[in-house]
Design a protein around this ligand. Structure first.
Ligand code: GAL
Length: 698
């Protein structure tokens, strides 16, 4: 066994009891294999440095062969085997995959999709989250597991369910419809109030009986967006209530053991993870690269930053990622040598204190047999297994990184409820996509080597020098006040187009668009001017005053090249802001495109169009200057992120290029022990390589 896992017991609230090293392992599904394979599994786990495995996640049908009849024998033996070998257990509750008998007994708990299709058995994750029978059965199996194993010394963590919200979240069954009505009654009290906030006078949708209020199933035309938005909230609440019910049942039987459920930060649209993070003891996340994207490591970094932000900056668990290709994308590109370690350590650099995979041993049968694993079909002689062992050995040297924190000066606003609203039909342009804007802003900050947190628009933002709002379509009055106060108190805010448009019921804020941010931004929108597909506009930037480095579009004595943009323009009305960029063509030719406004001690920027990547870089450089934020000046595709410990900093450098880089790094590489004294050589990072360097506190 890899030493260290229990060496320095850490009992900090919220972290895994008795764990003083980086956790390493993955989902372990021994029930898919004859028992004689288990001993080999555990021996190989020890060889690979595995010290934590997630078990039982999909085993309801094995643990409870018929309702109320339990068979824990095999799980007892698995847990004892792991315990005897010093491997800690993350015990799953199997409630993401109810057994066949459950659907046979309670057929009305099957999920009905928006078009009315009743979804069948033979997969996983297909149950109505509002069904009383499901909640009762799920809580019962969770209670049984907690009673039996809740005080077992091998137990480090509870893993409730699996990825709430996928593969389906919204359920349009009669059971959900009844629960939705109750939810609405609790929220609004009266039909009058419901009719008012949903604006049902429009198209004469007015309700005069609660019995008439249904789920927003497919209808002849667009369904009332406020109705759909509330159904998204109801669904999230129903899923969260399932989690809370299991959590509370476990807590009663298993004191002191933290409880989590694995999120899919940024990848699952039906869960508002700010709310979920408040309910778990420790945040955990699953992340898979988008194989079609050759720069998928940027999406990885964003998911990790999002997860850390949901965790409130505390360490979190990377519950799943892959050693190589997955099996559910269109083209499941295999990871190349070194990529797995770069991915794993990039998560660690962004705050993960546990590095786990799906899964330990590749499955022979079932839907995921072509998914990579720590122990692939090719066995122990494979490249993947060699790299798994190397990574395990490397992580064993990182005990001192545990608990250190990532600090960011910049935040990007992230509000799932705004995204739900913006994604509904009949918006001004299909090309105005919230996720595309968030990704574009994040990508620029990643390239500039600037570490980013995500924040909810109603959070305290005062610790950030710069706040970016790439897609804040739904902005409550409270959030608008918060952003305005943030600017007044000295912050720099950049707001992108189609933000601050509606309230929490998808009702347009009164007055010209952007009125809720008028004080902060010094501008309002008289009219949206969306562009045709492929249409481009140009924005001339005003000369910069006091800039040490001239705008990059400036060549020789020529005026700077205009910024090229598409998708959107606005007809703006200035309310005190200065004009930084002016449309030279398109529907707003001659009118302001980019504005800057001093408000109190801070500055509010507004960007009324979608600049291309180069244009966004140029605009952001000016915004950074206002905010006092400095780009790191890194070579392309080299990632650097810093964790701050009590006595030292830990700098993770991942080189996503195939050429070595020299960043003048000094310190000790904790993965290899290599050292470079300050001023005497440097730790270069090989092409495709990664280092975790201990340096004095910055
Ligand atoms: C995750 C899921 C795992 C496994 C994995 C690989 O989303 O939680 O159970 O399916 O994907 O496909």
């Amino acid at each position: 066994m890899r030493p260290g896992h229990d060496r320095t017991p850490v009992h900090a609230p919220g972290w895994l009891p008795g764990v003083g090293a980086v956790s390493y392992g993955g989902d372990y599904n021994p029930e898919q294999w004859p028992e004689e394979v288990w001993a080999e599994d555990v021996a190989l786990m020890r060889d690979a440095g595995v010290n934590l495995v997630s078990i039982g996640i999909f085993s309801w049908g094995l643990l409870e062969p018929s309702e109320g009849v339990y068979d824990f024998g095999w799980l007892d033996r698995v847990i004892e085997l792991l315990h005897a070998n010093g491997i800690r257990v993350d015990l799953g509750t199997p409630t993401a995959s109810p057994p066949a008998w459950f659907f046979d007994a309670y057929p009305h708990t099957r999920v009905v999709s928006r078009d009315g299709t009743v979804l069948g058995f033979g997969s996983r994750g297909l149950v109505c989250p509002s069904s009383a029978e499901y909640r009762r059965a799920a809580t019962a199996i969770a209670t049984q597991l907690a009673r039996r194993y809740g005080r077992h010394p091998a137990l480090a963590l509870w893993h409730v369910h699996n990825e709430y919200g996928v593969p389906v979240s919204e359920d349009y069954s009669a059971t959900s419809a009844a629960a939705f009505r109750t939810w609405l009654q609790e929220r609004y009290g009266s039909l009058d109030a419901l009719n008012a906030v949903w604006g049902t006078a429009f198209w004469g949708q007015v309700y005069r009986s609660w019995d008439h209020v249904g789920v927003p199933a497919l209808a002849p035309s667009v369904v009332n967006p406020a109705h759909r938005l509330d159904f998204a909230r109801f669904t999230d609440d129903a899923l969260l209530a399932c989690f809370v019910a299991e959590r509370d049942a476990i807590r009663a039987e298993s004191p002191g053991i933290p409880i989590t459920t694995n999120f899919m930060a940024g990848a699952c649209h039906s869960t508002d993870l700010w709310r979920w993070a408040a309910e778990v003891d420790v945040v955990s996340n699953d992340h898979y690269l988008t194989a079609a994207d050759p720069r998928g490591h940027v999406g990885l970094a964003m998911a990790a930053d999002l997860t850390r932000s949901f965790a409130g900056g505390k360490p979190w668990i990377l519950m799943e990622h892959s050693t190589s290709g997955v099996n559910w994308q269109e083209r499941n590109v295999a990871k190349r040598p070194g990529e797995m370690a770069r991915n794993a350590l990039s998560h660690l650099g962004r705050g993960a204190d546990a590095i786990l995979f799906f899964q330990w041993r590749a499955s022979r049968s079932g839907a995921e047999k072509f998914h990579s694993a720590m122990l692939p079909h090719a066995g122990t002689g494979s490249r993947v297994f060699r790299e798994v062992r190397e990574l395990g050995a490397g992580l064993a040297g990182l005990d001192e990184v545990l608990g250190s924190r990532v600090e960011a000066d910049v935040a990007i606003l992230w509000d799932q409820q705004s995204f739900w609203a913006q994604d509904l039909e009949w918006r001004p342009s299909v090309d105005a996509r919230h996720r595309e804007r968030v990704d574009a802003f994040y990508d620029r900050l990643w390239r500039d080597g600037i570490t980013v947190d995500f924040a909810h628009p109603e959070h305290d933002l005062s610790r950030y020098k710069l706040v970016l709002a790439p897609a804040s379509y739904l902005l409550t009055a409270r959030a608008a006040e918060n952003l305005t106060a943030y600017v007044a108190q000295g912050g720099t805010l950049l707001t992108s187009f189609f933000s601050g448009i509606v309230d929490e019921h998808d009702r347009v804020h009164t007055g010209p668009h952007l009125s809720v941010l008028r004080d902060a931004l010094g501008v309002t929108v008289e009219e949206f001017l969306p562009l045709r597909a492929g249409e481009r506009v140009h924005v001339a930037l005003a000369p910069e005053t006091g800039a040490e480095v001239p705008d990059e579009g400036h060549e020789g004595t020529q005026p700077p090249a205009p910024v090229v943009a598409d998708v959107w323009a606005d007809d703006l009305t200035l309310a005190g802001a200065e004009v930084v960029g002016t449309y030279t063509d398109g529907p707003a030719a001659g009118r302001p495109a980019i504005t800057r406004h001093r408000h109190g001690a801070g500055t509010g920027w507004y960007l009324s169009t979608r600049p291309d990547a180069d244009g966004l870089a140029r605009v952001l450089r000016r915004v950074y200057r206002d905010a006092g934020v400095t780009p790191a000046g890194l070579p392309e595709d080299v990632e650097v992120v810093r964790r701050r410990g009590a006595e030292a900093d830990f700098v993770v450098v991942a080189n996503h290029t195939d050429k070595p880089v020299d960043l003048g790094l000094s310190g000790v590489d904790l993965l290899t022990g290599e050292t470079a004294e300050p001023g005497r050589g440097a730790l270069t990072v090989a092409g495709g390589g990664v280092r975790v360097v201990r340096t004095p506190r910055a």
